[in-house]
Design a protein around this ligand. Structure first.
Ligand SMILES: Nc1nc2c(c(=O)[nH]1)N[C@H]1C(S)=C(S)[C@@H](COP(=O)(O)OP(=O)(O)OC[C@H]3O[C@@H](n4cnc5c(=O)[nH]c(N)nc54)[C@H](O)[C@@H]3O)O[C@H]1N2
Ligand SMILES: Nc1nc2c(c(=O)[nH]1)N[C@H]1C(S)=C(S)[C@@H](COP(=O)(O)OP(=O)(O)OC[C@H]3O[C@@H](n4cnc5c(=O)[nH]c(N)nc54)[C@H](O)[C@@H]3O)O[C@H]1N2
Ligand code: SF4
Ligand SMILES: [Mo]
Length: 756
């Protein structure tokens, strides 16, 4: 049964969300028979990598199709939705009454392709009186967010596509992407003799293969390398003094701190030739534009927050901000991170978590402290948890500890498409449609000057028994008594009349009744939602987002082609989002817009972050990470061509590297007496696992790596089996950054033993 139609949608396997088109077929007419890049998508323009072509393995993985309740013996029974919603609401209320709403914790709310649900989840949290939350961002990006807050007051990205020099610090975009048409862009830069790629990575990665400057640091020693790069700029007079004086504050302190650094000694400490470091600094300083992108190689590593700062000094000291090919601050339709009411900015205190007092950055509790916030007799500990589209047992540090913590909760509710390692521990599991069975979108919209938003329509019908997340949240809020028909009736009537009437009625009702305003997403879903075309009720919260964007970025929205006075501009944008099946350019920025987004008190870039200057001062005295007991450093979670977090629970989707081999250098293979295909045991302070080895010429001695996202429990014909190693069975949640609490997964001390 083939259908000649190409259905536009997007790939959901990484933040790029490339536009794709799917042709259905197979026995049931619902298999993803063919998939191609969507040339009409304004962001990706037809580009995809190999992973998108195998999305049928996501759509047809073993699914959840009924709400489940766990029995005392650990098995699950199917229950109907009314029972599930009623019991979950009652049990959350019992926790709130006994210990306060703040003891209810929320985790997740979206993955690489699905952020609409999380938008509605905020209403459920407010209905419960819950305050604390975390998601994957607070185990990777919050250190960088904190630094951005201090230095610039908002998120910064590099215009890699137009940069003369592109610098990748602990990032392998050939595999992980992270910016549009990554491979095409990398090849373009590599083939242009006037442009250069700089890569800082202990491994000769696919991206490093294309680099003009590969600084092959020892794992976990980036701080020395980055500090030396900055020191060369300071000591050789490469700082763009005129620009720095005009646009930044603190350069004198920076010059004092880096003027005394012993570059040769720091080069020795990170294992990179000092002349290569000098040449790299000079190349960066000489370039007409430099874009820098950092990622997990430093964000999940020793000194992660400080390294984010050092990386930013490279472009800030050379004037690479607010011009083409350099750093920019993008517009957004919906911000992924909650503002801290100014916290994180200089001089304002960060809020902290209730038990460990850890910094809450961008509204997120560090993932690594979640077990400590539960496993304690502290009166403010978390007692109940709602997990949506996240798999903390598998994806957060120290799975054993996480299981222990979740097992001690009074209530755990999981909303997912599949039976995950986390769902297996839940009291209730609620099944959602896949991302190709419902209206979905992501808020990963960071492009410049043309920023793109893509609302995706369903490609195939959802099976009976599942409910989209917005409907789940609306039902929970109703069961909690947070919204009532009496509140909604006048808004429904206004929505039936016209959008303009609805706008008036909505603003009036939510102003008069702030408690209703707090429920805005589900109120919109229940009132405006049913009037939206093609069953797109889940898009209702985008109505508010479209209006906010039209007000906050008016000139950019107009440049993108939208017109209208007053509220008409936001309505025009909303209508275009609803109608635009291939994605919509919602803002067209100019480079001048970038400076207007700098949100420091004086509008300048603040070069000095005092806490990090202090940390830098202690660097020279630090001891190496390896010991006689653990002589190797394990990167636990490397992106490879067939890894995609834990989104596809069907190992059959991998074309290569079926078991997720441990990569190690030829020299280490020889000294251990192993060859590709042999088995070894990896042992860390927290666990041990047997793995298959792949001897890899790009690895340096002493460094080994395991892929991310493997070791999932897969159910095939009633049998559960696990393929590959779950990296977090080997990691330690205490092994984390002192400021942001981000994990140090990329440099886990380990020992290897051959298995005969
Ligand atoms: N194929 C694929 N792509 C993905 C994903 C996926 O699962 N699979 N996941 C997506 C997600 S959620 C994210 S956050 C991104 C992450 O994207 P990346 O951060 O680019 O991916 P990683 O492979 O985890 O790490 C990048 C590099 O860090 C290097 N590294 C290890 N230790 C060190 C060190 O000490 N110093 C330095 N400088 N580098 C080090 C590794 O060798 C590796 O090449 O990828 C996204 N894209
Ligand atoms: N050791 C180590 N650990 C890591 C990493 C590493 O490099 N090393 N990488 C980390 C990084 S950067 C990230 S981003 C995290 C990712 O880890 P998580 O945040 O846990 O996210 P995902 O693996 O993307 O899984 C999301 C869940 O969403 C479910 N899902 C898919 N579609 C839908 C849907 O439409 N609705 C709902 N409700 N659920 C859905 C999937 O079944 C899956 O259970 O892993 C982190 N963990
Ligand atoms: S995994 Fe590949 S195809 Fe999918 S969004 Fe990322 S870069 Fe695009
Ligand atoms: Mo991530």
């Amino acid at each position: 049964m083939s259908d000649a139609t190409w259905h536009p949608t997007a790939c959901i396997l990484c933040e790029c969300n490339c536009g794709i088109e799917i042709r259905l077929g197979g026995d049931t007419g619902t298999r993803f028979e063919r998939i191609r890049g969507d040339k009409a998508h304004p962001g990706s323009q037809g580009y995809t990598c190999e992973k998108a072509l195998r999305l049928d393995h996501y759509q047809h993985q073993p699914r959840l199709t009924s709400p489940l309740r766990r029995r005392d013996d650990g098995t699950f029974e199917q229950i109907d939705w009314d029972t599930a919603i009623r019991e979950i609401a009652a049990r959350f209320v019992a926790v709130r009454e006994a210990h306060g709403g703040e003891s209810i914790f929320s985790y997740g709310g979206g993955g690489q392709g699905n952020h609409l649900g999380g938008g509605y989840g905020g209403a459920t949290m407010r209905a419960l009186g819950a305050r604390f939350r975390a998601n994957a961002l607070s185990q990777e990006k919050t250190g960088e967010f904190w630094v951005n807050g201090k230095m610039i007051g908002g998120g910064v990205r590099g215009d890699v596509a137009h940069a003369e020099v592109a610098v990748f610090v602990g990032k392998n975009p050939w595999q992980s992407h992270g910016f549009p048409h990554a491979r095409t862009t990398l090849k373009e830069i590599a083939n242009d003799p006037e442009r250069s790629i700089v890569v800082i990575d202990p491994k000769r990665s696919e991206t490093a293969e294309l680099a003009d400057f590969h600084l092959q640091v020892r794992p976990g020693t980036d701080a020395f390398c980055l500090a030396a790069l900055v020191a060369v700029m300071v000591q050789e007079g490469l700082v763009h003094r005129r620009w720095v004086d005009e646009h930044t504050v603190g350069v004198d302190e920076i010059e004092r701190a880096f003027g005394g650094i012993d570059i040769d000694e720091y080069a020795r400490r990170c294992g990179v030739d000092a002349e290569l470091i000098r040449a790299t600094s000079r190349r960066i300083a000489r370039a007409s534009s430099v874009a820098v992108a950092e990622d997990l190689g430093i964000q999940m590593n020793r000194h992660s927050t400080m390294n984010s700062w050092l990386e930013k000094l490279l472009w800030a000291l050379t004037g690479n901000f607010g011009v083409p090919g350099a750093q920019y601050m993008a517009s957004s339709l919906v911000s992924l991170v909650r503002s801290n009411g100014g916290a994180g900015r200089e001089g304002r205190p960060d809020p902290v978590s209730p038990v460990t007092g850890s910094k809450i950055i961008s509204g997120l509790v560090p993932c690594n402290v979640i077990p400590e916030e539960i496993l304690t007799d502290h009166p403010k500990r978390f007692r109940a948890m709602l997990v949506e589209s996240g798999n903390p047992v598998h994806s957060l540090a120290d799975s054993r500890r996480m299981r222990e913590a979740l097992a001690s909760l009074e209530l755990l509710v999981v909303i997912d498409v599949a039976m995950t390692e986390t769902a297996r521990m839940a009291h209730y599991v609620l099944p959602a449609p896949t991302q190709f069975e419902k209206w979905e979108a992501t808020f990963f919209n960071f492009e410049f000057p043309h920023n793109v938003f893509h609302l995706r329509a369903p490609v195939v019908p959802a099976p009976a028994g599942v409910l989209p997340e917005p409907e789940i949240h609306a039902r929970l809020c109703e069961a909690l008594g947070a919204i009532s028909d009496a509140d909604l009736a006048p808004l429904r009537e206004a929505a039936a009349r016209s959008r303009a009437d609805f706008a008036g009625a909505f603003f009036e009702a939510t102003t008069a009744n702030p408690a209703l305003g707090a429920m805005a997403p589900v109120v919109l879903y229940r009132t405006l939602g049913p009037t939206l075309p093609d069953g797109a009720a889940s898009a209702a919260l985008l109505w508010g987002a479209a209006h906010r964007t039209a007000m906050g970025h008016e000139a950019s929205v107009r440049r993108a082609g939208f017109t209208g006075d007053g509220l008409e501009l936001g309505e025009a944008l909303f209508d275009a989002i609803l109608a635009g099946r291939h994605g919509v350019v919602f803002t067209h920025d100019q480079w001048d817009d970038v400076w207007a987004r700098v949100a420091t008190d004086d509008g300048r870039i603040h070069l000095v972050v005092p806490e990090l200057l202090d940390e830098l001062a202690t660097l020279a005295d630090e001891a190496p990470l390896t010991t006689d007991e653990f002589p190797y450093l394990l990167s636990a979670g490397e992106r490879r061509s067939f890894t995609a977090n834990t989104i596809i629970r069907d190992g059959g989707w991998r074309k290569r590297d079926a078991d997720g081999a441990l990569r190690l250098s030829p020299a280490d293979a020889e000294s251990l007496g192993v060859v590709t295909g042999a088995a070894v045991r990896v042992i860390t302070s927290r666990g041990a696992a047997q793995v298959v080895v792949e001897v890899h010429a790009g690895m340096q001695p002493g460094h080994v790596s395991l892929p991310n996202g493997l070791g999932l429990d897969e159910e095939h014909e009633g049998e559960v089996r696990r393929v590959g190693v779950a990296p977090n069975e080997l990691t330690d949640s205490g092994w984390r950054d002192p400021i942001a609490g981000t994990p140090w997964h990329k440099a886990v001390p380990a020992r290897l033993e051959p298995v005969s």
